[in-house]
Ligand binder design. Structure first.
Ligand code: HEM
Length: 488
């Protein structure tokens, strides 16, 4: 059916060709046989062969671009046509079809975005800074107490920040019931979020109706459990917000509660509150669901692998801040190298390497090729951030690429990792500020080194990034440690 549909589509395009790309069989074979731990190898190959726009059609027509200027032209300048989302069978199956990120471009989505606008636009995000600094300090204490548990501490940091910003709720550093609930749901969701499963569900949605005892379909049982947790996640935060109504004074909470009570159906708002929670997790689980925590793990990895970068950042902090206190947001403009380090972190290994696709809602023409309605446009941010002509030696972690010869920051802020156009990540200002607070605090307080073996030799690190629509450091934590505090 796909092959027939494909040839039909090719015939109806008003004489204009579709963008170049592998045919059905070539694409299907490539996807089935690709190295799922490094899917970018296949796409890099295709971009070399076909250019900056690669089209393929296996049930869902896809248009992948590795060019920032094309992504901006389509997703930003023509955003009225490129701002929806496709059907997401795997999200629906796992009970997550209510999240903002999968909503089509409709009124409910606009309602969600309004909430985020009120809570997270840059001028409002400034008022969350005290929470971010407070949580960064708590992170330092946790790291000091048990450095080998850094994976858990980093996740708790992210959880606490969003929870305190959203509800004024202070998550416990261990076994917090709300965070634990989210954690369980996220682990299950991410099992269904592997690249191959997303592709197969999109290609063959009827699979979800087959009995779970059939060979190879055991993961449907996870989907059932995930739906249960997802439901609980809709209820538990709602209950918490209701209980907090009397005593909470922070603005966003008040807004949140108003939204919940003012809207007759309640559903969108409840799910929105839950969505923010859904981005948190704790307790040593995998990190694929939580972007900020994943970047912090990557930060620890990068610092462990090249000590000279850490030393340069620490020298800058010591000069500007001194050793008598910890840095805060007022110091940020005076710490260009730390800022460059943060940007390099966002560039080097992205947690959402393929961005999130935008569905086209009207036929379009770009540079002589036809882009039909319902095409899914994917801004491949990993490729944009590894473009050798802009970032020489792109696989090396090198913050200096964001500095001018005079040591000032250049104007490349790396916000491309947050997407493009009307669907750009609304949590970006909060996320970047949280990352900065955590990174600068850790650098000021600790040396991050490789763990030693029993003979006192460094244990070498082999980073492995887990595959999937989200990508996170999965292995190095077993052989590294945050150690050696620098302050009194
Ligand atoms: C480093 C951390 C983060 C990264 C890298 C990240 C990245 C992204 C990306 C790539 C998108 C898709 C944008 C597009 O479609 O063009 C997105 C969407 C979204 N993000 Fe983030 N994000 C981060 C943190 C957060 C946080 C902390 C929140 C909430 C407080 C958040 C809330 C959302 C929401 C609600 C959407 C869906 C927007 C929509 O579809 O309209 N994100 N994010």
């Amino acid at each position: 059916a796909s092959v027939l549909l494909n040839s039909y589509r090719k015939k109806r395009v008003h004489g204009l060709p579709l963008p170049p790309g592998p045919g059905f069989w070539h694409a299907a074979k490539g996807l089935v046989t690709m190295d799922s731990s490094a899917p970018w190898l296949l796409f890099t190959e295709w971009h070399k062969q076909y250019g900056p726009l690669v089209y393929m059609d296996i049930a869902q027509p896809l248009l992948i671009t590795n060019s920032e200027s094309i992504a901006r032209e389509l997703l930003e300048k023509r955003s009225s046509k490129y701002s929806s989302r496709p059907e997401a069978p795997s999200f629906d199956l796992y009970g997550w079809g209510w999240t903002t990120v999968v909503l089509p471009y409709n009124d409910r989505w606009r309602q969600h975005r309004r909430f985020y606008m009120h809570g997270f636009r840059p001028d409002v995000a400034v008022q969350w800074r005290p929470f971010q600094i407070q949580n960064a300090r708590a992170l330092l204490l946790n790291l000091l107490t048990s450095p080998m548990d850094h994976e858990q501490h980093v996740a708790t940091f992210t959880a606490s920040t969003v929870l305190s910003v959203t509800y004024g709720y202070n998550a416990a550093s261990h076994d917090d019931p709300l965070v634990e609930l989210v954690n369980q749901a996220m682990v299950l969701l991410m099992k269904g979020n592997e690249f191959s499963k997303v592709i197969f569900f999109t290609m063959f949605p009827f699979l979800q109706y087959l009995p779970t005892w059939l060979p190879g379909l055991g993961f449907f049982r996870d989907a059932q459990a995930s739906r249960k947790f997802s439901r609980l996640m809709l209820d538990a935060p709602f209950e918490h917000v209701k209980k907090s109504m009397v005593c909470r004074t922070n603005l966003l909470t008040a807004f949140c509660i108003n939204m919940i009570y003012l809207k007759a159906d309640g559903k969108a708002q409840i799910s929105l509150v839950s969505e923010i929670l859904s981005r948190l997790e704790e307790d040593g689980g995998p990190y694929e669901g939580e972007e900020t925590a994943s970047y912090l793990m990557t930060f620890l990895l990068a610092m462990t692998m090249d000590h000279s970068i850490q030393e340069r950042a620490q020298a800058e902090i010591d000069t500007v801040v001194g050793k008598g206190r910890l840095p805060d947001f007022d110091d940020r403009p005076s710490l260009p190298y730390v800022e460059a380090l943060l940007r390099e972190l966002m560039r080097w290994h992205q947690v959402i390497p393929f961005g999130i696709g935008h569905a086209v809602t009207e036929d379009d023409v770009y540079d002589g090729v036809f882009i039909p309605k319902s095409m899914l446009t994917i801004p491949w941010s990993w490729a944009i951030a590894h473009d050798e002509s802009k970032y020489p030696d792109p696989h090396t972690f090198n913050p200096s690429r964001f500095l001018t010869p005079e040591g000032k920051l250049n104007d490349d802020d790396m916000y491309i990792i947050f997407g493009f156009g009307r669907r750009i990540c609304p949590g970006r200002h909060l996320a970047v500020a949280s990352l900065w607070a955590a990174i600068v605090s850790i650098l000021a307080a600790f040396d991050i080194r490789k763990a030693k073996d029993e003979k006192g030799n460094d244990i070498e690190i082999v980073p492995i990034f887990a595959p999937g629509a989200s990508s996170y450091v999965s292995v190095f934590v077993h052989c590294s440690s945050v150690s050696e505090h620098r302050l009194g």
